[in-house]
Design a protein around this ligand. Structure first.
Ligand code: KDG
Length: 339
């Protein structure tokens, strides 16, 4: 079922639904077909990464594994796509980690605001033992975590007022991802958080159901949020990883060499996606301002104040989690060579 065709914005190339025209292979001749879907549109580096995955897998298996790519929630929202992976009716999705907490509790640690001091530390921890542990914990949920990709630091937009300090969050109705930590953190800042699937967000802003939202710059610009939002602040409040998920049922049915091949392809396509993402993020601020959005720069001091306000939320959630896991996670951040 497609619930996302008319949501979101900026799908400039609607015909590029499944990358068919870019492929010399076809599903009819393949032994295995991977249906891969994401929530973001086909302008986002995440989709470019997915097309790279397709190319690597099809070339690596000489077309024996074929990848159909879908964007803009065409296959459903993050939660629905993960459920489809569990059932084996869809093979791949690449959500932000926030909605994964509804399946594996420990993922909530990644949602702690102001947790990672920079992107390099985040990727170092995720590509190390702690990240491996988080990927392995998905197996009980009938999913296989193949690689970490990057959404990036999340920033705030809204249609009401410039947000420079923690006080400015007061009374703003903000769409958040479906995640308890995000809900608690934005409540603590005095906002009214409204959890909602990504595919419903553009319309919700357009109709004024929410005043604003938070996402990395690439999403804000490439989904055309400037059409419905007036203010942007570089809050950088949460580092948001993507996790490349495959249906365990499908993965288990692949021959071993193909299992290794999809693993390597997810990793390599991820490295490409991360580089594209970071390059774009740098350029997009100017483009956003050119579209008429007012940019409010958040000072380090103001950001520290926000961090102090939400710290009790992090502490409360940390207490509910396995203590050893939390300690080792904090240690991994502390001991990262990029810290
Ligand atoms: O393709 C990824 C999206 O489905 C979603 O996870 C993006 O961060 C996101 C959000 O705000 O829902």
């Amino acid at each position: 079922a497609s619930n996302g065709a008319d949501t979101g914005n900026n799908d400039e190339n609607e015909s590029d639904t499944n990358g068919e025209e870019d492929s010399e292979y076809s599903s009819a001749e393949a032994s295995y077909v991977i249906e891969a879907g994401i929530g973001l549109n086909n302008q986002h580096p995440q989709y470019e990464g997915l097309l790279r995955f397709k190319e690597l897998v099809e070339e690596g298996t000489d077309g024996d594994v074929y990848v159909e790519t879908y964007h803009s929630s065409q296959l459903g929202d993050d939660r629905q796509m993960m459920e489809a992976l569990q059932l084996g009716s869809q093979e791949v999705t690449i959500p932000s980690t926030a909605p994964v907490t509804n399946f594996v509790e420990e993922y909530a640690i990644l949602d702690f605001p102001f947790l990672f001091p920079n992107e390099e530390v985040a990727m170092d921890v995720l590509n190390g033992e702690m990240g491996d542990e988080l990927l392995a914990s998905l197996e009980d949920q009938e999913m296989v975590g193949l690689a970490w990709w990057e959404n990036g630091y999340r920033d705030l937009t809204n249609s009401v007022q410039p947000v420079a300090t923690a006080d400015d969050f007061q009374g703003l109705t903000l769409r958040t991802m479906e995640n308890e930590v995000h809900l608690a953190a934005f409540s603590e800042l005095g906002a009214n958080p409204t959890p909602m699937a990504f595919g419903e967000l553009f319309t919700a802003m357009q109709q004024g159901t929410v005043d604003g939202q938070e996402n990395p710059l690439a999403t804000i610009y490439l989904e055309g949020y400037y059409e419905v939002q007036d203010h942007y602040s570089n809050t950088n409040h949460v580092y948001s990883p993507f996790v490349f998920l495959m249906s365990k049922q499908f993965y288990d049915g692949l021959p071993e060499d193909y299992q290794q091949l999809v693993r390597d392809a997810a990793q390599e396509a991820g490295e490409f996606q991360i580089e594209e993402n970071r390059n774009q993020n740098e350029e997009l601020l100017d483009a956003l301002v050119e579209e008429g959005v007012e940019y409010t720069e958040v000072t380090d001091e103001a950001r520290q104040e926000m961090a102090d306000i939400v710290q009790p939320v992090n502490d409360r959630f940390a207490q509910e989690m396995d203590q050893d896991f939390v300690d080792r996670f904090y240690d991994a951040i502390e001991n990262s060579e990029y810290n």
